[in-house]
Design a protein. Structure first.
Length: 179
């Protein structure tokens, strides 16, 4: 008898917060699923970017996390081919460090998630990931290139005005606090 794909959606209560931290010193957004990261004066906790799964569940794909040392930038992809291309292109000069699987996101919108967008600012060598449409719009208006969704997630906190995405100055939204 052939296997029938499951139409059940994963329980959102199985998801975990994906925190976004902003490093004021090197102008870098970085992401973690633990609230127990090393606290430094230059770090600004920007809240929950999204909710993702700590283990693979129905219709999810891994988020691969990289540290681009030379650029001072964290990079996330859900595409295995993109991950392999980055590793291959930079394997000899050690400019890219693969940090592992950050968590799992939905492959498409059929599971009830919202798009998790990847944006990039070449002037700042900074990737920004957001599930917030207002923040996405503001980032594009501030010089970020919109690379579209890398997956679908359960939304995190989204408030106005959007968080740190200015090209030339750092504006913290209300509620952002140095940690």
């Amino acid at each position: 008898m052939p296997t029938v794909p499951s139409t059940q959606h994963p329980d959102p209560r199985q998801s975990v917060p994906l925190y976004r931290i902003f490093d004021l010193q090197i102008f870098d957004h970085w992401y973690t699923t633990t609230s127990e990261y090393e606290k430094k004066d230059q770090y600004v906790h920007q809240g929950v970017a999204a909710y993702i799964f700590p283990t693979q569940v129905t219709n999810t794909t891994p988020l691969f996390l990289f540290w681009l040392e030379e650029a001072g930038d964290h990079f996330i992809t859900a595409e295995r081919s993109e991950m392999e291309a980055w590793l291959h292109a930079h394997r000899e000069n050690n400019r890219v460090r693969y940090s592992g699987i950050l968590g799992y996101v939905f492959k498409d919108s059929s599971s009830g998630g919202v798009p998790f967008y990847k944006l990039y600012n070449a002037n700042r060598n900074n990737h920004l990931y957001t599930a917030c449409e207002a923040e996405r719009k503001h980032a594009r208006e501030s010089g970020y290139r919109d690379d579209g969704p890398i997956g679908w997630v359960y939304p995190g906190s989204c408030s106005e005005p959007p968080s740190v995405v200015q090209m030339d100055d750092v504006n913290l939204h209300p509620g952002a606090s140095p940690t």
